[in-house]
Write a protein that binds this ligand. Structure first.
Ligand SMILES: [Zn+2]
Length: 355
């Protein structure tokens, strides 16, 4: 199971005993949150992401802005390579720097986007704010989005700007797992992988259509062959015929996390990280939890803190808590002092509505 990987990797460094090839067969080692080290072999299209991009609608000659980070996560580089592999030209812009990204997007007439969907909308809004005319200056036609649930309303809003938005299910350890076709009704499973949907507690496969944990076996990987790997993501299989003609089963989108690990602003946040932040304040913090909400297309992280008896919730304490939370989760959150945290509530309470 994915949530056991950090422990397994720590006990048997550097790959938890899962590496099945000598080190010289590797091309790269990626650092993922955890920390987990993800090995990349030298096989062409090692991550199976070329077909993911091609199926999404990317074509040779497309000018593609890749807004995933190029370090401390595989997403930036492995999608960059896949783009090059099918003949696209990449513009590696990475995370943040919205204004420079907007200028680049307009200046180069970029027509492809890779990243989380909400950031694409932020870029377009910024473009408007800076006085660009999107009818003229926005050349964007196609987007491959991952790392965040795409709500129907966000897809519609991006479609209204003339952008085709295709979702993909990509993980740091498996690469391209599933991708949308023009039917935009579920994600076809990559043909190198065998996928079962299992009961997250018993591990028993569920009948087609049941919602459970996505469990993956990778038949194409000689370096890091994960067998019945529990991703922690929830989905269901769709065996219906697809209008596009592909006959592979589809995943009905990603419906959340089987454990408490929650993806916020495209980053995994584990309850452990929340506890880590609290542990830095042993004299002051009694209880802590994270509440995730969504304002428009932006995830908001509120950290509720119940202070110990007699401790005053000053602005300075709030600021240092927020600083520690950012250190532990790599995300900005707002700390609020609350009189009570409900008994039995989850460490990370996900209150986002994806309708
Ligand atoms: Zn299809």
């Amino acid at each position: 199971k994915k949530n056991r990987m950090p422990e397994l990797h720590q006990n048997h460094p550097p790959f938890g005993g899962f590496l099945a090839a000598p080190l010289e067969k590797l091309k790269r080692i990626y650092v993922s949150p955890g920390p987990i080290y993800d090995p990349e072999g030298r096989k062409e299209d090692y991550w199976g992401l070329r077909k993911c991009l091609y199926n999404a609608g990317f074509r040779p000659g497309d000018l593609v802005m890749n807004t995933f980070s190029y370090h401390l996560t595989p997403a930036g580089i492995f999608l960059d390579e896949a783009c090059n592999g099918i003949g696209c030209i990449t513009v590696p812009t990475g995370v943040g720097n919205t204004e420079i990204q907007v200028k680049t997007m307009a200046g180069l007439k970029i027509n492809g986007y890779i990243g989380i969907p909400s950031f694409l909308l932020s870029l377009i809004k910024k473009m408007e704010e800076l006085g660009y005319d999107t009818a003229q200056d926005l050349a964007m036609e196609i987007a491959l989005v991952a790392g965040e649930i795409l709500s129907p309303s966000l897809r519609k809003e991006l479609n209204d700007y003339g952008i085709i938005v295709r979702q993909s299910y990509i993980t740091a350890d498996l690469g391209g797992v599933a991708y949308e076709c023009p039917g935009e009704n579920g994600m076809h499973i990559s043909d190198d992988l065998h996928i079962e949907i299992c009961d997250p507690t018993t591990g028993e496969p569920l009948p087609v259509g049941g919602v459970g944990e996505v469990v993956v076996t990778d038949f194409s990987n000689e370096c890091y062959p994960l067998v019945r790997y529990g991703t922690g993501d929830l989905s269901a299989l769709d065996a219906d015929e697809c209008a596009c003609g592909r006959t592979s089963y589809k995943l009905k989108g990603i419906m959340g996390r089987a454990d408490e690990v929650t993806k916020i602003k495209g980053m995994f946040v584990h309850p452990r990280q929340v506890d880590e932040a609290a542990a830095a304040f042993p004299e002051t913090v009694e209880k802590i939890r994270v509440v995730v909400t969504r304002e428009g297309v932006t995830d908001m992280m509120t950290v509720e803190i119940r202070l110990k008896k007699g401790v005053e919730g000053t602005d300075a304490l709030k600021a240092s808590l927020e600083e520690k939370i950012r250190e532990a989760t790599k995300l900005r959150g707002t700390a609020v002092f609350v009189p009570e945290i409900p008994e039995g509530s989850k460490k990370i309470e996900d209150k986002r509505n994806w309708q």
